[in-house]
Design a protein around this ligand. Structure first.
Ligand code: PEP
Ligand code: MG
Length: 583
């Protein structure tokens, strides 16, 4: 049994067989072949070995000519390894005796060899492991040829383990088959993590290098609550996790009873629990969990899933589905927030050294005015079917906000000219995600109908910590006193100007922060659908006065660690108290 520690980004426990997507995108599932296919499989293996041997010889010769014999010798060593009789016998016997596919037999054997080298104390010898992985990759490339498997077309239940998956690859995972997900890189606020949560699959990211240890078909546990990946769990661990998964199922079933009850504090303060969605199909989960509306619809996922620029009608149909399903409840449609880690259709520009500080979000929309108007027209058209509100992301200056509003007015004129109906009083909101915006928030608050705090970005910009980088994940902290101060300032400005403020970053889905957020004055929390019942549950067990006292104390603490410890303690006390009173 081996345990790897990563960052928990989507709760729950998944137990199952690994499906490995390595950094080159090869997938090596444990696959068996029919007995009468063994000879053909051995021939496939032989052909791939021949092809790789020729490649290595050719590379060796070319390098020897250009750089000298000693460099060419690097490839000769690999060539010898590839031709090694013991290695060949081992791979062939996995095919002939265990009926493994050639891909799986190659991958399993070579990874075992590489591990032996990796474990050697001698640094020079340990580096030979790279040469073995290189042989594995070359053989797999030959064996798989052009017919790589498509993650979207799985046919059995698996846990996907990868070096990384982009948000759009994650979005395309088939949740009927993918039980869990774990990646070597990624940070707590990255969009891959957010999508995993939207798909409601337990996920861990930023676990560091662990893929070399895993082969397709290995038994794995992904603990999305504690951020652990457990390879080859022993029987006791398996039993304890199975029990935990069962407990979680029954807790979720218990919380379902809250669906039709309001999120109201013990002293009668109503809190609206809205849902964040990325895909229209998530509305079913929102309704099933009793969300009061959609507080954030991340429309950019329309691009990420489709591979082409959506037409006005494609935008409209997606929005219509959400608005109709929500049946009069508010739906906040955020305009495109592409760029940074959510790349759109065009490749990243060479000048984007710091994509999170680059051409992303509203900046991109204001550069692509035609596309922006297309989206705004679709939102306006959808506005006659329900309580639609439009929201601009990543506003960092007043002139940006004003420009966006001008484009909205232009889009209204387009519809007027075409005689198409829309809601002229469509509420206009903006996300507060940039510290500069938070500093001048009272000026922004005069020019919008609502504010929504995007803590995922606000934290990264305020603390100067990349939200998707595991190396600095420990510095990415929603409980940092500076973040609490910023939230307080934004909420106060909203109250002063009578515009409501919601909080839609991942922070709002962590029950540890519910009391402090209510205490800071928030009355709208927007969370992933999965988190709605748990957050509602906390709201119903606390009083406003209690929350205000918690916020006051938290604001006076000096460090994120102190704040987190204090908030955890308070939450535990509330839960213990209520458990006591329901006995
Ligand atoms: C945020 O930044 O908090 C937010 C909700 O937007 P996104 O996560 O899509 O950047
Ligand atoms: Mg954001």
């Amino acid at each position: 049994m081996q345990t790897f520690q990563g960052i928990a980004v989507s709760p729950g426990v998944a137990i199952g067989e690994a499906f490995v997507v390595d950094s080159e995108g090869f997938r090596i599932p444990r696959r068996f072949i029919e007995r009468d296919a063994v000879q053909d499989e051995l021939k496939r293996l032989e052909a791939s070995v021949e092809a790789v041997a020729i490649q290595l010889e050719q590379y060796g010769q070319a390098v020897a000519v250009q750089l000298g014999e000693q460099y060419g010798a690097i490839f000769s060593a690999q060539h010898q390894m590839l031709r090694d009789a013991r290695l060949q016998t081992e791979i062939s016997s996995l095919i002939s005796q265990r009926q493994y596919s050639a891909e799986y037999a190659v991958s399993r054997t070579l990874r075992r060899y590489a591990k032996v080298f990796q474990n050697l104390e001698n640094q020079h010898m340990a580096e030979r492991a790279h040469d073995i992985f290189d042989i594995e990759k070359r053989l797999l490339r030959e064996l798989l040829g052009g017919k790589r498997e498509d993650l979207a077309h799985l046919s059995s239940q698996v846990i996907v383990v990868a070096h990384d998956l982009t948000p759009s690859e994650t979005a395309n995972l088939n949740t009927n088959f993918v039980r869990g997900f774990a990646a070597e890189i990624g940070g707590p606020g990255g969009h891959t993590a957010i999508v995993a949560e939207a798909l409601e699959i337990p996920a861990v990211v930023g676990a560091g290098a662990f893929l070399n240890e895993v082969s397709g078909g290995d038994m794995l546990i992904v603990d999305g609550d504690r951020g652990r990946i457990i390879l080859h769990p022993d029987d006791a661990t398996l039993a304890s996790y199975r029990q935990q998964a069962e407990q979680q199922r029954s807790q979720a079933a218990q919380l379902e009873t809250l669906r039709d009850l309001p999120a109201e504090t013990l002293d009668g303060q109503k809190i609206a629990i809205m849902a964040n969605i990325e895909f229209p199909r998530e509305v079913d989960a929102c309704l099933a969990r009793g969300a009061n509306g959609i507080g954030l619809y991340r429309t950019e996922f329309l691009y990420l899933g489709s591979g082409h620029e959506p037409s006005e009608d494609e935008h409209y149909q997606a929005y219509l589905r959400v608005v109709q399903a929500m049946n009069g409840r508010p739906v906040v449609i955020r305009t495109l927030d592409l760029g940074a880690d959510k790349m759109g259709l065009s490749p990243r520009s060479e000048n984007e050294r710091n994509p999170f500080l680059g051409l992303r979000s509203i900046r991109l929309s204001l550069k692509n005015l035609a596309g922006f108007r297309t989206q705004l027209r679709a939102i306006l058209r959808a506005s006659v079917h329900g309580d639609v509100r439009v929201m601009f992301p990543l506003i960092s200056t007043l002139s940006e906000l004003r420009q966006a509003k001008v484009v909205l007015r232009d889009s209204m004129e387009d519809l007027d000219e075409a005689g198409i109906a829309y809601n002229r009083d469509l509420p206009i909101g903006m996300m507060v995600e940039v510290p500069a915006t938070a500093l001048l928030i009272d000026r922004f608050a005069r020019e919008v109908d609502f504010l929504s705090i995007g803590t995922n970005d606000l934290i990264q910009y305020a603390l100067a910590v990349d939200r998707s980088n595991r190396e600095v994940a420990s510095l990415y902290n929603a409980g940092d006193p500076s973040i609490l101060q910023l939230i307080k300032q934004i909420v106060n400005a909203g109250d002063e100007h009578r515009v409501h403020t919601s909080l839609c970053g991942q922070m709002s889905s962590n029950p540890m922060f519910t009391m402090v957020l209510i205490g800071l004055g928030l009355r709208y929390l927007s969370v992933p659908p999965m988190a709605v019942p748990e957050i509602k549950n906390v709201c119903r067990r606390v009083s406003l006065a209690q929350c205000e006292a918690v916020a006051e104390r938290a604001l006076r603490l000096d460090t994120a660690m102190e704040v987190n410890d204090y908030l955890k303690q308070e939450l535990l006390a509330v839960m213990a108290q209520t458990a006591e009173s329901t006995r």
